[in-house]
Design a protein around this ligand. Structure first.
Ligand code: GLU
Length: 481
């Protein structure tokens, strides 16, 4: 048997972290077994589906490296197939037309509520005679198609994550609507039905999806039986929770993959984190995984039943690991869009070699790519802002004289080298008879506005190359005097 799995997002929003994590597990499972990963866009909800969401979903999956083998298939282009299947169930007496109006259903629900019962359809139109049907049609009532669910049925499956699962037919809300009223004969087919038609048609062997679909699985198993198809394996993956243990939601700030991207997470870091959201590798000390390396180890026996807590610190840590080992040229490519978004201009000597030198300087201190904006700001602006500590440093005794001596030394150095910079510092220490620390701190305060920051000599060289060191030094001297 060739493993065939699918991810089936509905384009009613951007690619959600929960869907993306489900996609990761599907991908890992497919690759582990040398199987196929299929992409199906479930766009039957015409009012809520939008092409821009489809684009966002496809871009997000591609960005994460979750390449698919077949698809994308669009349900909106497969309506004839679904309608044909609805028709077959009608003809075989496994489904029927129900003419109950929404007012009647509401009255039924109210009565059930008053008796303290769960709301369910009472199957009242299951056995209409042709005359009764004709009478409803003559009244101009529209109909939905309902699939018969026997109350006494027990539906059992062996879930790959949750073990033995069992549902009673009586808990499924009565005969289920599989197609909504529409002007055409078989109506507009609905989610639970089309998923099964597609999963059969696409020969899906394992349905891997979020645990919020468990009740759907019970209904869908009955549909597989009705259509005479082999029932796939099911695997319901745990929900993603926030640190308080509640389902991760919009209130937690970010939920879509494009948000995570904007926040400066790398595709590799995020995907690595998602593999660990609910799955624990056989060697629990191993945390760094590419999709390929995780696929070798992946199986549902190590996927937890309990919800997976979203841990920002861990995501940040993993992300920084990837940033720190990204080669400079690639990291520069990754940072450029963030600099552009911040309005930084690549003029006045800020060319590719200079940018790469800047990236080398800051790379090890980045946790998220977006940190590269703040950490390189002083290299993209003409003037620096002084922190309190920076100003205090410039007011230290001897500071102004040190800076003046550096300016003088620089006059003979149009292009500063690392060795020349070191020499100037040594020379000033000697001349001014001061400690090296004072020279270094004053120089840093003058050039960067602060007393902490990246390597001073490298920062100086970068500023020198774009002609900003002398002006900053002079400005600092004026500020002190
Ligand atoms: N379209 C469904 C969703 O976005 C997924 C259905 C499934 O995986 O069966 O939640």
């Amino acid at each position: 048997m060739t493993v065939r799995v699918r991810i089936a997002p509905s384009p009613t929003g951007n690619l959600h972290i929960g869907t993306a994590r489900t996609a990761v597990f599907n991908w890992l499972f497919a690759r582990h077994h040398g199987g196929k990963f299929i992409l199906r866009i479930e766009d039957t909800d015409l009012e809520r589906s939008r092409p821009e969401y489809t684009d966002n979903i496809l871009e997000g999956l591609r960005w994460l490296g979750l390449n698919w083998d077949e698809g994308p298939f669009f349900q909106s282009q497969r309506l004839d197939l679904y309608k044909g299947e609805v028709q077959k169930l009608l003809e075989r007496g496994l489904a029927y037309r129900c003419y109950t109006t929404s007012e009647e259903l509401e009255t039924l629900r109210e009565a059930q509520k008053a008796r303290g019962e769960a709301p369910r359809y009472d199957n009242r139109h299951r056995n209409l005679t042709p005359e009764q049907r004709a009478a409803f049609e003559a009244e101009g009532r529209s109909s939905v198609i309902r699939f018969k669910i026997e109350d006494e049925r027990e539906i059992v499956w062996n879930d790959l994550v949750r073990g033995k699962m069992s549902w009673r037919g009586s808990d499924l809300g009565g005969d289920m609507v599989i197609a909504r009223a529409s002007d055409e004969g078989s109506g507009q087919p609905l989610y639970n039905f089309v998923v099964v038609v597609d999963d059969i048609d696409m020969q899906i062997t394992h349905v891997i999806r979020g645990e919020d679909h468990i009740a759907n699985t019970a209904k869908q198993i009955l549909l597989y039986e009705a259509m005479g198809a082999k029932i796939p394996e099911f695997s319901h993956t745990p929900l993603i929770l926030n640190m308080e243990g509640r389902k991760l939601s919009k209130r937690d700030g970010v939920t879509s993959i494009s948000d995570f991207q904007k926040m400066g997470f790398t595709a590799e870091g995020l995907v690595n984190y998602m593999t660990l959201l609910g799955w624990s590798p056989p060697d629990s000390t191993q945390e760094i995984f590419t999709l390929e390396s995780a696929a070798k180890e992946f199986g549902f026996e190590r996927v937890n039943k309990a919800g997976a807590k979203f841990d920002w610190d861990k995501l940040d840590w993993l992300n920084s690991q990837y940033i720190h080992k990204t080669p400079v040229d690639k990291l520069t490519d990754l940072l450029i869009p963030y600099w552009q978004a911040a309005g930084y201009k690549f003029d006045g000597g800020r060319e590719r070699p200079w940018l790469e030198q800047l990236v080398t300087l800051i790379s090890q201190s980045l946790t998220r790519l977006v940190d590269g904006v703040a950490q390189s700001q002083l290299f993209f602006t003409d003037t620096v802002e002084f922190s309190d500590e920076g100003s205090t440093q410039l007011k230290q005794e001897g500071s102004a004289a040190v800076l003046e001596a550096i300016v003088t030394a620089l006059e003979n150095q149009p292009q500063l080298s690392e060795a020349a910079a070191q020499d100037i510092i040594k020379q000033v220490v000697k001349e001014q008879k001061v400690k090296k620390g004072l020279v270094m701190r004053s120089l840093r305060a003058a050039l960067t506005g602060d007393v902490h920051g990246p390597d001073l000599i490298q920062s100086w060289l970068l500023l020198n190359q774009i002609g900003l060191d002398k002006s900053r030094l002079s400005k600092a001297i004026t500020a002190v005097n």
